[in-house]
Design a binder for this molecule. Structure first.
Ligand SMILES: Cc1ncc(C[n+]2csc(CCOP(=O)(O)OP(=O)(O)O)c2C)c(N)n1
Length: 281
């Protein structure tokens, strides 16, 4: 079994890949992707049942990146897991590449095209309902943004999930309290967000979304919750891991200068357990 220390090292490597991809492509959602890197690492290296050699395996757990703009860490993980060659990351967001700036299902391992906010949970409800009807035991995970919570369609899906008692569905909110143009409080007040999800009939578990050990135990606990869907409120920091990016709205889709790029990689590689293998020129 993979250790938590190994998972932390993996998350650092994924963050380096994110920086390389954005720097090379000169576009991307850096802060958003660094925000969800630990959540995705925990899911893909510890919690989900998947087979990269057989992306369409009938019993695989499903993952939907509802905050589809934060795709870099997702692609970096899919490549690292072996869904497609790692060198392909160098083509991110370039003309002719299948690694578009938002997930699309031409990429092995991507279940569904996403990017228009507010749709991922509805898709996931459909998948979880299908699993129930087919008497399959796979689980469906969907990662939403907190800014995304302003989309009304999320709340229709939340209501339906509780109605159908979808205990095979796990919603995760990347609660970094920032969205595209400022704080979520400024753009659209969300609180009391946990209470809203509870009122919609969901079990709510709160955790530090960068504490991989904790996130791991949260995802282990979820299958014991029966008769209702679970919402994991993962408290995070946008831009996590790069000092000058943390909590700065500009880095929602900022691109590092050459100096900033160097500093970012230095900060990440200064940390134990990191094996960086992907380099752009
Ligand atoms: C329906 C829709 N409206 C607007 C956008 C533009 N947009 C892209 S990212 C973003 C902010 C998302 O913020 P949040 O959900 O909090 O994600 P994170 O902070 O983790 O990046 C917006 C408004 C979109 N992609 N889809």
């Amino acid at each position: 079994m993979v250790t938590t220390e190994e998972l932390k090292g993996k998350a650092r490597q994924i963050r380096q890949d994110v920086i390389e991809m954005v720097y090379k492509a000169k576009t991307g959602h850096t802060g958003s992707s660094l925000s969800n890197a630990d959540i995705l690492t925990t899911l893909y290296y510890s919690s989900m049942y998947i087979d990269p050699q057989n992306p369409q395996l009938a019993d695989r757990d499903r993952f939907i990146l509802s905050k589809g703009h934060a795709v870099e860490s997702y692609y970096a993980i899919l490549a690292d897991k072996g869904f497609f060659p790692k060198e392909e990351l160098e083509t991110f967001s370039q003309f002719g590449s299948r690694l578009l700036g938002h997930p699309n299902n031409k990429v092995p391992g991507v279940e569904m095209n996403t990017g228009a906010l507010g749709h991922g949970l509805s898709i996931s409800v459909g998948m979880a309902l299908a699993a129930k009807k087919d008497q399959k035991s796979y689980r469906v995970f969907t990662l939403m943004g907190d800014g995304e919570q302003a989309e009304g369609s999320i709340w229709e899906a939340a209501m339906a999930a509780a109605h159908y008692r979808l205990d095979n569905l796990v919603g995760i909110i990347d609660r970094n309290k920032l969205q595209i143009s400022g704080t979520t409080d400024f753009v659209m007040g969300l609180e009391p967000l946990e209470e809203k999800w509870k009122a919609f009939g969901w079990e709510v578990i709160s955790a530090d979304g960068h504490d991989i050990e904790k996130m791991r135990s949260v995802f282990e606990e979820v299958p014991r919750i029966k008769g209702k869907p679970t919402l994991v409120m993962a408290y995070t920091t946008k831009g996590k891991g790069i000092s000058y990016m943390e909590n700065v709205p500009h880095w929602h889709h900022g691109v590092p200068t050459a100096e900033e790029y160097k500093q970012a990689l230095q900060e990440l590689s200064g940390t134990e357990g990191c094996k960086h293998e992907f380099h752009t020129k």
